[in-house]
Design a protein around this ligand. Structure first.
Ligand code: CA
Length: 233
């Protein structure tokens, strides 16, 4: 039995970009659907649920963020992976989109190779959700995290982290490759330490990197957006 082709819906009002994406998605073995504005996108999604959506944010009529909001609000569409296509300088919108539940973003102009890699990566992450984070050990390179035991080791040596640092690291490392906004990081540790603010996240990350030593660079700064744990270690 041959594997069923995945459908990618491209929502983009710039014809050149739409055509380029359509061509390359087909070439890469996907089925590609196109929509040039928000209304057409919502209609296409209601007719046939795509496996992933490439979503331009600046669209005539219903814009990308509103589409994101609507898709995440409905049971039938909540789980569809969304990669936002954004322009330089739209960091604030990216932050909003990620907080609305978009999975990732690519900034224009992008390389097709990078974009296809992101598509593959998001589809893989969605189809292999992290197993029970309460008990599963997280292991990346020489870093080991034991969530149940609040224990972190670098090259076999136990690292002394504060509870908040541990929760931040656990959140990031539990989803490598995902970009977290500061607000999402605050959310991940909230309830345990109400004093965590956006600004405090930067302080926590700085402290974490220092304590992690040779693994400190596993936590990447995503300029204007937040932080990401390196993928593929
Ligand atoms: Ca546009």
């Amino acid at each position: 039995m041959t594997e069923q082709k995945k459908t990618v819906l491209v929502v983009e009002d710039e014809e050149d970009i739409l055509a380029l994406l359509h061509f390359n998605l087909i070439k890469a073995g996907y089925l590609a659907e196109c929509a040039a504005d928000g209304e057409a996108a919502l209609k296409a999604i209601s007719v046939k649920r795509p496996d992933l959506i490439l979503l331009d944010l600046m669209l005539p009529g219903i814009d990308g963020l509103e589409i994101c909001r609507r898709l995440r609000a409905a049971d039938a569409t909540r789980e569809i992976p969304i990669i936002m296509l954004t322009a330089c300088g739209e960091e604030a919108d990216v932050v909003t989109g990620l907080e609305l539940g978009a999975d990732d973003y690519v900034t224009k102009p992008f390389s097709i190779k990078v974009l296809l890699a992101r598509v593959q990566s998001v589809m893989r992450r969605k189809s292999n959700p992290q197993s029970d984070p309460e008990s599963a050990e997280i292991s990346h390179g020489s870093l080991r995290i034991h969530p149940g035991r609040n224990l972190v080791q670098v090259d076999g040596t136990t690292i002394d982290l504060t509870y908040t640092e541990f929760r931040v690291l656990e959140a990031l490392a539990g989803r490598p490759g995902w970009v977290f906004t500061r607000y999402q990081i605050v959310n991940a540790v909230r309830g345990e330490d109400y004093a965590v603010t956006d600004r405090a996240v930067d302080v926590q990350i700085a402290g974490l990197r220092k304590k992690l030593g040779p693994c400190g660079h596993y936590i990447e700064t995503v300029r204007g957006i937040g932080y990401r744990f390196l993928e593929g270690l």
